[in-house]
Write a protein that binds this ligand. Structure first.
Ligand SMILES: [Fe+2]
Length: 148
């Protein structure tokens, strides 16, 4: 199961809705109040439609802003196997300044946190598509946050 918390377009965590766009989507909207959950299919694929979250200020350093991102919490067969990561958007001007993104020393590993724009999953006149493959193990694994 994957849980996906994200901010609104304003970068805050207040509840938000996707008013006019919802009726046009063929698939159910998952994120309507800042977080949604889904179960992947047998091949581990997932898909959801949401708004692009906004950048938000944080007080980690002077004039600090987090780049737009979506959190992913991945659960195995038990909640104890939870893994957490973040997906960023390609070309975000804030990425070079973000301590969270840059705390990953390996450039290749950092880039695995950046989604790829995807025409195949772009919905004409409705939504841009991005692909974010999460690799759980191995040399190409997706960086995960350390759990306390
Ligand atoms: Fe965040």
């Amino acid at each position: 199961m994957t849980t996906i918390p994200q901010t609104s377009v304003r970068g805050d965590w207040k509840d938000f809705v996707i008013p006019a766009a919802a009726p046009y989507y063929k698939e159910p909207l998952v994120l309507v109040e800042g977080s949604g959950s889904m179960v992947t299919d047998a091949e581990g694929r997932y898909r959801f439609i949401t708004i692009r979250p906004g950048e938000y200020p944080w007080r980690n350093h002077y004039n600090a802003w987090r780049p737009a991102h979506i959190h992913f919490s991945l659960f195995g067969q038990a909640f104890l196997t939870r893994m957490v990561t973040q997906m960023y958007f390609p070309g975000d001007a804030l990425l070079p300044y973000d301590p969270m993104f840059n705390c990953i020393a390996n450039e290749g590993a950092r880039q695995r946190l950046v989604a790829a724009f995807d025409w195949e999953n772009t919905i004409p006149e409705q939504a841009l598509g991005y692909r974010f493959d999460i690799v759980l193990r191995g040399r190409e694994e997706t960086p995960m946050e350390k759990m306390p």
